[in-house]
Design a protein around this ligand. Structure first.
Ligand SMILES: Cc1ncc(C[n+]2csc(CCOP(=O)(O)OP(=O)(O)O)c2C)c(N)n1
Ligand code: SF4
Ligand SMILES: [Mg+2]
Length: 351
């Protein structure tokens, strides 16, 4: 059985958001993942973020590949559009869907095997094309669904449950997303809801390719001493670059100034991200600095978390292609088919 339906009964006193939905309306089926799996905590953060942003569930399109992580969309925002694609091929399906209907909110959920092993090429291209999406990589360093083989993000020297040592160099998906042109790049930890929920909200509001790598321990195959993706390892080696509060513009902006330096980062939709910087000199708009901070943290065995990069002038694929304002799926035949005279003209120009 891949999912168990949740009873739809609501307690009448549950608080509704501005869209008229309770938090429970953003849940999905009952999870069948292992108890304690980091992926379930990420689903909870997505549910919270969608509830707080007053998102209309039917405007969400969630796409995934294959893996325990790719099963996760079944467990959040049940009343939305969903598509489990082929292993590693979610990005191209999402690109096509986004081109056809840019009015939906696109969420890609993937695993480290799905994105960094079989799907590495697709991952790179969806970032450089600037597809307007929130791409969440649930990173546990293993192929959880197929029983714990090392994935391409497993650190060199990390140990599998039965003692095998990984001898291959890891793919760092955050560095790759930065290199490939993602305009919002963050890293977090499944067990840090305080950091993850605002990051997901900010990514959902971002107009462009937003990527969040979430370290998400696999309790069945990768949560033992020797693993660098375990709960204990990440807790001990986590260094946060900033604290982030996200306020859509329709909310009044409140911030606790006393906690340190704060910068305003306006988004294209007019919303504002407030960053409370723990490192006085950290500037998320400086991509070269983000790349170097990520690399030096990795060299020290640290996991740098927070909003690492945000392009202030981000554009998405539709802006690159200068497409119609009306989504293609709403155009009629007259607009989509220019007619045989135009076709003859195009053919003549190619002769
Ligand atoms: C084309 C193809 N190759 C291999 C598989 C087998 N397979 C299914 S899931 C998976 C790995 C999943 O790992 P990951 O994406 O990290 O997800 P996790 O289960 O760890 O969350 C593999 C290799 C498949 N389903 N399809
Ligand atoms: S095998 Fe690992 S990744 Fe899969 S559900 Fe269990 S804990 Fe999660
Ligand atoms: Mg995995």
């Amino acid at each position: 059985m891949t999912f168990i339906a949740k009873p739809k009964l609501h307690h009448p006193s549950l608080v509704k958001n501005k869209a008229g939905y309770t938090r429970r309306d953003y849940e999905g089926a009952v999870s069948t993942l292992c108890a304690g799996c980091g992926h379930d905590s990420i689903s909870a953060a997505i549910i919270q973020a969608c509830y707080e942003l007053d998102i209309l569930p039917h405007q969400v399109a969630k796409l995934s590949g294959i893996g325990c992580s790719s099963k996760a969309p079944t467990y959040f925002v049940g009343a939305s559009h969903g598509f489990n694609t082929v292993h590693g091929r979610m990005p191209s399906v999402m690109t096509g869907a986004n081109l056809a209907n840019k009015d939906l909110i696109y969420m890609g959920v993937s695993g480290d095997g799905d994105s960094a092993s079989i799907g590495l090429g697709q991952f790179a291209h969806v970032m450089r094309r600037g597809v307007n999406m929130t791409y969440i990589l649930e990173n546990n360093g293993v192929y959880g669904l197929t029983k714990g083989q090392f994935s391409a993000t497993a650190d060199m020297g990390s140990k599998a449950k039965k003692g095998a040592v990984n001898t291959d160099a890891p793919v760092d998906t955050v560095s790759l997303a930065l290199l490939m042109g993602a305009t919002f790049v963050a890293r977090s930890f499944s067990g840090d809801k305080k950091q993850l929920v605002p990051l997901v909200k900010a990514a959902l509001a971002h107009q462009g390719a937003a990527f969040i790598d979430v370290i998400s321990p696999c309790v069945a195959f990768n949560n033992h001493p020797g693993s660098t993706k375990s709960y204990d390892y990440v807790r001990e080696h986590n260094e946060a670059v900033n604290r982030l509060d996200f306020f859509p513009t329709r909310e009044s902006i409140n911030i606790d100034y006393s906690a340190g330096g704060v910068i305003d980062v306006p988004q294209h939709d007019g919303s504002v991200i407030k960053l409370r910087k723990l490192h006085a000199d950290y500037d998320p708009s400086d991509k070269i600095n983000a790349q170097s901070m990520v690399a030096s943290a990795a060299a020290k065995g640290e996991v740098l978390t927070g909003l690492l990069y945000l392009a202030p002038d981000a554009e998405d694929l539709h802006a690159h292609l200068n497409t119609f304002d009306t989504p293609f799926n709403k155009l009629g035949e007259k607009d989509l088919c220019p007619g045989s005279a135009m076709l003859d003209k195009i053919n003549a120009a190619l002769r």
